[in-house]
Design a protein around this ligand. Structure first.
Ligand SMILES: [Zn+2]
Length: 369
């Protein structure tokens, strides 16, 4: 688009834009301030939906009664393996549910703008009339989704980076910048996009930021959502403040000293810039963080490579294990829904064992009184 904003769309087999899908995707990006990554996920979900509708020879508007078949098709259909065995599952429950949610969102929009008969929504939702769909479909809301097509998802444990692995990453880093990246994600739980989107003006690592026009005490930084030229994107709509501990502040100071040495007079307001590869002084890309962690993981000879989100999980788990409640986690992590924060409150196997071992056991047979 004319501004720096990008969105995704859907083309039919003749490379024509599917007008209704395009209209929905523009609405999502502009009318709802949706993320580009979500735009992409929605577009690829809708492309699958149109492919499937074509495969059953139905216009998409008339396909809702057959969505049950769509669920099955999603689980088993892959374009590059047309004759896949019937039992091969090519998409898991979580992925299928995500695609269905995108299609429902598209249906709601189409009904709202008069492209679809609203009665069709009764096929997609149970008791549609008595519920406000916009409110009820959000995960974690007390009024749970009343959707008619959904697979049950297996509960997956949160994948953390172990403490010794993080130590290995920090030791494997051969620059202050790379150490700061690992420490900032581990000690502040920043998402990858939030980290590379940071500006120097967001960092208030001073005891009193009131001179900077900020009312928060002690060292902290601000996570702000912007459209950035490096593709970085803070997922949360709401700005948030994350306190920084001395370890993070020290790592930051060392990094800034290194940056001033390697790139003297560097003008970029981005915190993280390329220092060891051209073009020096330009903002790092989000993908650069993954590449860095892969490199450090291999240099540290970790059994399981650490991904950016695992450091965020470790932060959240640390906070939860040191008394962080759901509301604190939600605020620190910038979650939209408290259900996302509650995941971290599940006790670890170690805590379960510790509690069970506290329970007095009966004496073994033959044991003396
Ligand atoms: Zn501040």
């Amino acid at each position: 688009m004319p501004s720096e904003l990008r969105y995704w769309t859907v083309l039919d087999p003749a490379y024509r834009v599917v007008v209704e899908a395009d209209d929905f995707l523009l609405y999502h990006r502009l009318g709802r301030d949706g993320a580009e990554s979500t735009s992409q996920a929605y577009a690829s979900s809708l492309a699958l939906f149109f492919d499937w509708a074509a495969s059953i020879h139905k216009p998409w508007r008339e396909s809702a009664p057959y969505l049950g078949r769509f669920v099955y098709w999603l689980q088993h259909h892959r374009p590059d393996r047309v004759r896949a065995g019937r039992t091969d599952v090519v998409r898991g429950a979580r992925r299928v549910n995500g695609i269905l949610a995108a299609v429902r969102s598209f249906f709601r929009h189409a009904a709202a703008v008069g492209q679809l008969d609203p009665k069709v929504l009764a096929v997609v939702y149970d008791s549609f009339e008595s519920y406000s769909v916009h409110v009820t479909e959000q995960a974690g809301h007390p009024l749970r989704a009343r959707v008619r097509h959904r697979l049950s998802e297996p509960a997956s444990p949160v994948l953390n980076a172990a403490g010794e692995d993080i130590g290995g990453l920090i030791r494997a880093a051969n620059s202050a910048r790379d150490r700061f990246i690992v420490i900032a994600m581990w000690r502040m739980g920043l998402r990858r996009g939030e980290l590379v989107g940071l500006r120097r003006s967001d960092v208030h690592f001073v005891p009193d930021a009131s001179q900077l026009g900020c009312g928060f005490r002690s060292t902290h930084l601000h996570v702000v959502r912007r459209t950035n030229p490096n593709g970085a994107w803070a997922k949360s709509r709401r700005q948030r403040v994350v306190p920084a501990d001395w370890l993070t502040v020290q790592a930051y100071d060392q990094y800034i000293a290194e940056r001033d040495r390697v790139d003297p007079g560097g003008r970029s307001d981005f915190v993280l810039v390329n220092l060891f590869a051209a073009p020096v002084g330009t903002p790092m890309r989000p993908g650069g963080i993954n590449e860095l962690l892969a490199r450090l993981s291999s240099r540290a000879q970790l059994k399981r490579p650490v991904h950016p989100h695992m450091l965020r999980h470790s932060f959240a788990t640390n906070v939860a294990e040191h008394g962080g409640t759901a509301d604190v986690l939600k605020e620190l992590l910038g979650h939209a829904w408290i259900s996302s924060s509650e995941v971290y409150l599940h006790p670890s196997p170690e805590r379960l064992r510790a509690v069970v071992e506290q329970v007095p056991s009966p004496r073994e047979p033959g044991e003396k009184q």
